[in-house]
Design a protein around this ligand. Structure first.
Ligand SMILES: Cc1cc2nc3c(=O)[nH]c(=O)nc-3n(C[C@H](O)[C@H](O)[C@H](O)COP(=O)(O)O)c2cc1C
Length: 198
């Protein structure tokens, strides 16, 4: 599924989004527009070079070992069914991984932080370590973890600029998140960013 073309300007200053950024753990069921959803994913891992491959967040050695998955609930994003989606940076598109609303499973895997299931969308930031350890050895794992922080902050600030709120979850059981997401075993979840209206 192709996503709407991302915007590269807006009405809110970066200073304002930094000042207002707070972890939110309570969301209403108000859905996101497809444009907002598109923008959130672009801010995390979208391609930002006109004729190139570089992405919205920095990456050690420009190796981009990260993948984003979106866990979308029922009536959570206008024009999008519930499911688990993989974000394709190069085409700014989504591929369905599994249909259905898997937010409860994600919340259970997040040490039963049940508020996670209320967010219309959660972005799960994953790393595939061999894509970076091949060059940097074990230190590559550290780089991937740092990269997930950059991606998470981009999503946080983009959410703020769109009038949305975001949370952040690092407390989860890795194998249970992988099971809930039905993702390849080599994709290691590092951070979960629930997004929606407060
Ligand atoms: C790596 C990391 C993991 C976190 N994990 C969780 C979490 O699992 N659950 C949660 O409610 N908050 C989590 N937080 C959010 C922190 O509790 C929050 O950032 C902190 O209280 C400061 O508040 P603020 O983000 O609103 O400024 C996490 C934050 C970071 C940076």
């Amino acid at each position: 599924m192709n996503l709407p073309k991302p915007r590269t300007d807006g009405n809110v200053s970066v200073e304002r989004t930094i000042k207002d950024r707070r972890t939110v753990r309570s969301f209403t069921s108000r859905p996101l527009t497809l444009e907002q959803f598109s923008q959130i994913l672009w801010s995390g891992q979208g391609i930002t070079q006109d004729d190139g491959f570089k992405r919205a967040a920095p990456s050690a050695g420009a190796l981009y070992p990260m993948d984003l998955y979106a866990v979308v609930g029922h009536d959570a994003v206008a024009g999008t069914g519930p499911g688990i989606y993989h974000y394709e940076s190069t085409t700014h598109a989504l591929n369905i991984v599994a249909e259905g609303d898997h937010r409860d499973e994600l919340a259970q895997a997040s040490l039963s932080q049940l508020w996670v299931a209320k967010a219309p969308v959660s972005v799960v930031i994953c790393a595939e370590y061999p894509r970076i350890t091949a060059k940097y050895g074990l230190r590559g794992e550290r780089y991937a973890m740092m990269e997930s922080g950059h991606i998470g902050q981009n999503i946080f600030l983009q959410a703020g600029a769109l009038g949305l709120n975001a949370g952040i979850v690092g407390a989860f059981i890795d194998v249970e998140v992988k099971k809930a997401l039905k993702i390849p075993q080599s994709h290691e979840p590092l951070l979960i960013i629930p997004v929606g209206y407060r």
